[in-house]
Design a protein around this ligand. Structure first.
Ligand code: 4AD
Ligand code: MG
Length: 429
């Protein structure tokens, strides 16, 4: 009977068949230990000289890394292994003899590993990260699905910029310039007026020309948008969402996080209430820390690092100067210099993982803002319609999946959080 490695605990004492790849191998005289992975987990398969024909024992001693195997044997408890079980091999078949595998247990540099990303994904560390990512996505979607949000997919080809014109990817759309989407937000605003509560989840693109550990040119964003909601509602939603998603990942991916040597206690501290500070309070903190920022400037990676290290859980920084934020932000009625926006900074120096806020719902103000930002009015005609027909206060946010995964896994760079990263100097594999 064919069994997956993560199900062997249900078959103790039984003979089963496994299909997988040779992860590693070592031998000691009468025994060959084959570490076989099948994508669900890895198991030690023990080939004892007396249990198999001589030619098979010999073959086991020459198997190459990543050869594909079918292994038949009996499941035994094995308290010493992390899986808790091993396989006593009776026979095996080599389905494919792998050529000399380029990724060996020795250390490789990041460029070499990224060039071999299609193979690197098989390593236990990448496996753990991708499983965390998979659960992050499921938890995010589940959060909104269970609260009456409708999933509304945003287009990837767009006629206009959402997040500024400096990092647009332009494509030739049958002779007309079009842009790969930077954010689904504007479409989610249309969706919120149609369905009340919506979210999108899809790839977004930014021609980031600088090399940093937080920027990809293609990344995935989850973006909720809610009608009849203001900045406070938006912050409550972001807080509740984050706490639930982190909790679920910690509960379901404890083994993976532990294998990545993540300090899980730091994630368990992510409980309500999350601290909320105003931009101006953040300025004071930065000045104290010897990193002064002038009022009106946005924070860069360094400033976010300083701020996020001050807290033991994500911090919501709200009301940035309108001048450094996007055209659609609603101006604070209590201080016209400020926008009703919020960034959520992850602790431990990770920085911004969420950006959002309340949207401008007044037609005239929005038209002026589009003009002031030098954006082409024609491209926003449809968007302005939303302020002509039943305009109401509304708010939302976007969370980058890769930044979230980097923080949850405790990774230095976002490049390991996505199966095939796209960056300034990387388009392959
Ligand atoms: O702060 P941003 O630019 O906000 C928006 O795009 C809004 N329109 C979202 C909304 O309100 N619906 O981006 C949101 C998040 C960031 O907080 C970050 O997590 C991620 O997207 N992000 C990136 N992740 C990886 N690489 C990049 N180049 C990123 N740029 C933004
Ligand atoms: Mg932002």
């Amino acid at each position: 009977m064919r069994v997956y490695v993560d199900e062997v605990h249900r078959h103790v004492g039984e003979e089963i068949t496994l299909k997988g790849w040779l992860y590693n191998r070592r031998s000691s005289g009468k025994l060959h230990f084959l570490l076989v992975r099948d994508g669900t987990a890895t198991i030690q398969c023990v080939v004892f000289v007396k249990d198999v024909p001589p030619e098979l024992f010999e073959r086991a001693g020459h198997l190459t890394q990543e050869s594909a195997l079918e292994v038949v044997g009996t499941v035994r408890e094995d308290a010493r292994s992390s899986l808790g079980f091993e396989l006593g091999v009776r026979e095996f078949r080599v389905l494919h003899d792998a050529a000399e595998y380029p990724i060996t247990p020795k250390e490789h540099g990041p460029a070499f590993l990224l060039d071999h990303r299609h193979l690197w994904l098989r390593s236990s560390r990448q496996h753990a990260i991708m499983r965390v990512r998979s659960t992050v996505v499921a938890a995010c979607r589940n959060y909104f699905d269970r609260r009456g949000f409708t999933l509304l997919d945003a287009p990837v080809f767009t006629p206009a910029a959402c997040e500024g014109t400096t990092n647009l990817f332009e494509v030739d759309y049958f002779g007309t310039p079009a842009y790969l989407t930077q954010s689904g937000q504007l479409y989610m605003e249309a969706g919120a007026m149609a369905f009340g509560k919506v979210y999108s989840f899809g790839p977004t693109f930014r021609a980031e020309k600088s090399k940093t550990r937080r920027h990809l040119t293609e990344f995935w964003m989850i973006e909720p948008e809610v009608a009849f909601a203001d900045l406070d509602d938006d912050m409550d939603l972001a807080e509740d969402f984050l706490v639930e998603v982190v909790g679920r990942v910690v509960a379901e991916r404890r083994r993976e996080l532990a294998s990545l040597e993540r300090d899980i206690a730091a994630l368990e501290r992510v409980q309500k209430p999350l601290p909320r500070i105003r931009y101006e309070e953040a300025l004071a903190t930065l000045a104290e820390a010897g990193k002064p920022v002038a009022f009106g400037e946005d924070f860069g990676g360094d400033e976010e690092t300083v701020l996020s290290e001050r807290f033991d859980r994500p911090v919501l920084v709200h009301r940035y100067p309108a001048a450094c934020k996007a055209f659609y932000m609603k101006v604070d009625p209590e201080d016209a210099r400020l926008a009703l926006c919020v960034d959520v900074l992850a602790p431990e120096g990770y920085g911004e993982i969420i950006g959002g806020g309340q949207r401008e719902d007044d037609l005239d103000t929005l038209e002026k803002s589009i003009q002031a930002h030098g954006l082409p009015a024609e491209a926003f005609g449809w968007y302005l319609d939303l302020r002509r027909y039943g305009s109401v206060p509304h708010a939302g946010f976007g969370m980058g999946i890769e930044r979230m995964v980097a923080w949850l896994c405790g990774l230095h760079h976002v490049r390991e959080t996505i199966p095939f990263p796209r960056m300034l100097e990387r388009l392959t594999p």
